[in-house]
Design a protein around this ligand. Structure first.
Ligand SMILES: Cc1ncc(COP(=O)(O)O)c(C=O)c1O
Length: 478
């Protein structure tokens, strides 16, 4: 169950009073009753239902289930978007989505106001055309012309010798680490401010992720803090080009050279970003990308490893395919994985790479407009672009200084949500996550994480919407 749904849940054994409190806090005018043990759906109650029940003489402390009325509408995880739209009417504005066991997994909310999402894929005619062509050809699994074409186009895009498709950015990271022989006993430096997959991939190999604090200006791994974290066990560094801004690769490369460390770029969020005019991904020994649905370009789920090293590339191709000998079918000299991308996904990928320059231009134009409109709003720190960088602004993200702005980051997010503007908090630093909690403190990353939020960053955003979002933020500050 997601947070938005949790916010309107009441236990079916609870009182009318507590149901009213949930309705009040949830802000959607309804509460969904569930069995707290099983999350099984029991009914839905609106603020109007409660008002009518109280007028009829029901008391605040009575069980809320007593006033439940039949006739509510639910949908399932199989219900299509269009079917959902058809279910809404003058009175039905919230529809619980149930799984096969009748458990509440989500809610659909009808919002007649606009809704501006943080991210959405840009899928057009070419994507339809290539995917249909792929399906009609019958080559729907991981062999086919689109996989080859996608790898070739993407290698060119990164100005790298090899690009190898994988099933996700996470599996790309795992394979990159395995290709570099990283395993038990090794340490790998990662920024603590990143999506957890960067650290998890290190853990999958048996090595230990060692966390490094962030630079205040770029939010990326702070090169000045890297050397202090290197030990005799350190084997690699994974800088992450967070939210589309390249890490300081020049300085990091020098450290890697001096200390004989392998450099793996996590470019999951930074397709097309540049360091000193060169595209990220091919700047180190290995680089990885994610094509998850919210990324700059997408294949639904998917990833890519990029490298200029022939040996790494060959090893990754074997590991990706069950460790099978290239020349001997069903013969597996090493432990491998099934981390392949399908030809159908690659068909999407080809269409996306073909228009990547348009996507990047729109991302940068959106960011420029946001920055112009939000410049000089007290308490708002805008994303930067260092002298060496081309930032691709995967998600246009800002920091809120509560005392100058007048609202906390969370209050601002809530108020924007109420106005149909989706935002997203930044990642929690990995060292604070339950599975990695080390008790260490990384104050810069912690502060960025606490104060940061991403604004709608879709390439479908109009200039008018960006101006409205910026205006709303300014008005909320005043
Ligand atoms: C920095 C970073 N690394 C790795 C990943 C993992 O990519 P995926 O979700 O495709 O496995 C992500 C994506 O979400 C990411 O943001």
């Amino acid at each position: 169950m997601n947070d938005r749904t949790k916010a309107i849940i009441t236990s079916w054994t609870d009182t009318i009073r507590n149901g009213m409190i949930t309705i009040d806090k949830g802000g959607l005018g309804v509460t969904v009753l569930v069995d707290p043990e099983t999350e099984i759906f029991k009914g839905i109650i609106t603020d109007g239902d409660i008002r009518r029940a109280l007028l009829k003489g029901h008391g605040f402390e009575e069980p809320i289930i007593r006033i439940i009325k039949e006739g509510y509408i639910t949908a399932t995880t199989e219900t299509t978007h269009q079917e959902l739209l058809d279910l809404f009417n003058q009175t039905i504005r919230i529809i619980p989505i149930l799984d096969k066991k009748n458990r509440v997994v989500d809610i659909a909310a009808f919002d007649k106001k606009r809704f501006l999402p943080v991210a959405e894929p840009s899928i057009g005619e070419k994507e339809w055309q290539y995917v249909s062509e792929c399906i009609l050809s019958g080559w729907v699994s991981s062999t086919g012309k689109f996989v080859t074409q996608f790898e070739k186009l993407f290698a060119d895009f990164c100005q790298a010798k090899h690009a190898i498709t994988t099933s996700s950015g996470t599996t790309a990271l795992h394979l990159a680490l395995l290709a570099a022989d990283i395993g038990p006993g090794d340490e790998v430096l990662v920024p603590t401010l990143t999506f957890i997959a960067t650290a998890n991939a290190v853990t999958y190999t048996g090595a230990k992720p060692v966390f490094v604090d962030s630079e205040p200006g770029t939010w990326n791994i702070d090169p000045a803090k890297i050397e202090a974290s290197i030990t005799s066990r350190t084997k690699a560094i994974i800088p992450v080009h967070l939210y589309g801004h390249p890490a300081d690769m020049g300085t990091i490369k020098k450290i890697c050279k001096k200390r004989n460390l392998i450099l793996i770029e996590d470019a999951a969020e930074a397709h097309g970003a540049q360091y000193d005019g060169a595209p990220v991904g091919g700047l180190g020994d290995l680089g990885i990308f994610s094509f998850f649905g919210n990324k700059i370009m997408t294949t639904g789920e998917g990833g890519m490893v990029v490298t200029n090293n022939d040996e790494y590339a060959a090893k990754i191709r074997v590991l990706r395919d069950h460790g099978m000998d290239k020349n001997k079918r069903y013969w597996h000299p090493v432990l491998g994985y099934n981390y392949r991308l399908t030809n159908v996904q690659a068909a999407l990928g080809v269409a996306q790479v073909e228009k990547i320059e348009q996507i990047l231009a729109k991302k940068r134009a959106n960011a420029k407009l946001y920055s112009e409109k939000l410049l000089n709003v007290a308490g708002v720190t805008l994303p930067g672009e260092m002298f060496y960088a081309k930032n691709v602004y995967w998600l246009y993200s800002i920091l809120i200084n509560e005392s100058e702005f007048g609202l906390t980051r969370d209050m601002l997010m809530k108020k924007l949500q109420e106005r149909g503007i989706e935002t997203r908090q930044l990642f929690y630093p990995v060292h604070s996550q339950p599975i990695y909690a080390t008790g260490e403190s990384f104050p810069v990353a912690e502060n960025i994480s606490r104060c940061g939020l991403s604004l709608p960053s879709s390439v479908k955003l109009t200039e008018k919407s960006i101006c409205e979002i910026a205006e709303t933020i300014k008005n909320l500050a005043e």
